[in-house]
Design a protein around this ligand. Structure first.
Ligand SMILES: [Zn+2]
Length: 335
């Protein structure tokens, strides 16, 4: 998001500067999906927001992640002030005042509820009813929850990093959600909803999480035996690197940024969900519910998840490099 946003140096978020200044604000990590320390570098250099970083691919499961990564303390400081919300508001070229004003507008909500309605119609119409609860990690302004509530009469709850959105939800739906980075709240969330949620949503949020597996395992604990997990994310190949919706093809160095710690693709995305204790019911590289995202619907299982075949892992790593070469060749030809 916001890659074309014009920051003067004074506007560089303070957490970015801290990352440059202090070794204490970063830590080397094993693969957040499979815990392996074996990885190969994909990119090392200047990232999207102007700071240095390194993207690697896990040699065991093929997950792409940033290491060293910022500590939870740095993340909490970044999200505690409103710089992240401003980044998002700036991205859509509206002022913060205008963005807040739209929450008073019925036409805005009608449009926003469509995500929840599509989710209901495509995956949940025979699952979700008025006696059920839906929980949304990274629920934003609550629009998905609102759409699902409208479609099914279900109860709703969620977690959101931005206190501004949490206030919007309190006013609109009368629900006090969990406010802050999921990492610091997960134990309380599980405690409140253990085995009670019919649906858990993690839509476009896992890339921000220090530990996405912890979130998925928490979702598993929260779900009823017949519950459903719904997750969606950009695919690094199909939505970041490819020419998509008229956007130019991008190199890895033009994509990576500190607040996106993970870059997903089908092989590791599926493995991540299975390793967290789920059976995948459906996978779509292009979601109908949230266009320009890949999605998974899953249910709980106790079956073991074998790691991806080493040949498939090698093919994914080869694919990134081939993609980069092709993009560079394209650009040279244009000139
Ligand atoms: Zn791994």
């Amino acid at each position: 998001m916001g890659h074309d946003h014009d920051h003067s140096h004074d506007d560089v978020p303070h957490y970015v500067l801290e990352l440059e200044d202090s070794a204490d604000s970063r830590e080397d990590i094993p693969c957040p999906v499979c815990d392996s320390w074996r990885w190969v570098p994909l990119y090392e250099g200047v990232g999207l927001r102007g700071n240095k970083l390194k993207l690697v691919a896990c040699s065991n499961c093929s997950h792409f992640f940033i290491t060293p990564r910022p500590t939870l303390e740095v993340f909490e400081r970044f999200y505690a002030d409103d710089s992240y919300f401003h980044l998002c508001a700036d991205f859509s070229e509206v002022s913060l005042e205008d963005k807040m004003a739209q929450f008073e507008d019925d036409a805005f909500w009608k449009k926003r509820f469509e995500h929840g309605q599509r989710l209901y119609e495509n995956h949940l119409s025979d699952v979700l009813g008025p006696d059920d609860l839906v929980f949304d990690f990274g629920c934003g302004d609550g629009a998905w929850l609102g759409g699902l509530q409208q479609a099914s009469g279900c109860a709703i709850d969620g977690e959101e990093i931005s206190p501004i959105y949490a206030e919007v939800i309190r006013r609109k739906f009368g629900v006090d959600i969990f406010v802050g980075p999921a990492e610091g709240l997960i134990d309380d969330i599980v405690e409140k909803h253990r085995a009670k949620a019919k649906v858990v949503i993690v839509s476009g949020s896992l890339q921000h999480m220090l530990d996405p597996m912890r979130c998925l395992r928490a979702a598993r604990e929260m779900l009823t035996q017949d519950g459903r997990l719904y997750i969606c994310n950009w695919s690094i190949f199909d939505h970041f690197m490819a020419s998509y919706g008229g956007a130019a093809r991008r190199l890895v160095g033009e994509i990576v940024s500190w607040e996106h710690l993970h870059y997903f693709h089908e092989l590791a995305f599926k493995y991540m969900v299975e390793r967290a204790g789920f059976e995948i019911l459906s996978y779509a590289p292009e979601s109908i519910v949230r266009p320009m995202h890949m999605e998974i619907v899953a249910k709980k299982t106790t079956a073991d998840a074998p790691a991806p075949d080493p040949e498939e892992v090698a093919a994914v790593i080869h694919r990134v490099r081939a993609f980069e070469s092709a993009t560079i060749a394209d650009r040279l030809r244009i000139r």
